[in-house]
Design a protein around this ligand. Sequence first.
Ligand code: AOF
Ligand code: ZN
Length: 349
Amino acid sequence: ATPSAAAGAVLPAELAALRQALLLARRGPRHGPNPRVGCVLLDPTGVVLGEGWHAGAGTAHAEVAALRDAAAHGASTQGATAVVTLEPCDHTGRTGPCTQALLDAGVRRVVVAVPDPNPVAAGGADRLRREGVDVVTGVLAEEGRTLLGTWLTAVERGRPFVTLKLASTLDGRVAAADGTSRWITSDVARHHAHDLRAEVDAIAVGTGTVLADDPTLTARNAAGEPHSSQPLRVVVGHRDVPAGARLHGPGGELVHVRTHDPAEVLRVLGEREVRHLLVEGGPTLAAAFLRAGLVDEVHAYVAPVLLGSGPSAVGDLGIGTIGDAVRLTPRSVLPLGPDVLVVATPEPA
Ligand code: AOF
Ligand code: ZN
């Protein structure tokens, strides 16, 4: 059935509950291995019995949180309807299967926005149907996919979602001829970029950038204070990180992947359940990910500065003729003080 046909089979109270579940889900963290999920339980007349959301890996799934909420209010869930933003899982991971929890609680109908693309957890809708539960999926699917964001792409592609960050002059340079590079973009743009660091699971730089810039790769707020959760810090390449490098200071865990192959980097990070990787440079690492076709989104901060010489933001892509240029589709343009952020993706518009 088409999503609209499925939506036709849904009661107004269920649609309202699903909108509420989409809002509840947003209380969960944006980063981490697990998706943001919300759940609202209704009695057969549409009265809300309980609400829940998933607060991150290792905590109760949204359905279990909602069942606990209903129990805490002394509400019976026999014959209830569960309205969920993601198909209930059918696996024992860090917690038990939500399918079983819903069945045990007497839930008879389940309304879902998005099927679970995670092979280890999927199959919940079929399992519930086999047990005689009425399941409707694909309701408000677009909103559900938007909520899941980069997590959905990462799980569908079986590797971390990759955001490539570039910060350059108007003529695409990232340093002057003598290697000096502080500061090309304004503090407004740098603070914006830091907020993105707090949203991702890992940040990668090449060994060349470690040696040239001695970055800390920590996520800090506008006052310079570190965020409570810090992304994994990833160094890519064969050269050693110097003993005195600032990367050895406080921040997220440090991983050194001694390879030049971006696919290998993503394999190593995927095993660690990284869903969103921010590639911060330099030009060699940026070019390697682009050449491998492993960039899902580009964030380009451009400052109204000209250098005329010096390295460019992206190294050699092996492109010899204009017909082979990498053409991206712009998704948004945001002025940031004197600078501009362009977000673009490889997909056609
Ligand atoms: C749900 N409800 O609230 C969430 C689901 O190993 P675990 O227990 O952390 O399970 C993680 C997987 O379960 C996750 O990748 C996704 O497929 C599903 N998440 N499922 O029914 C939830 N968070
Ligand atoms: Zn679950």
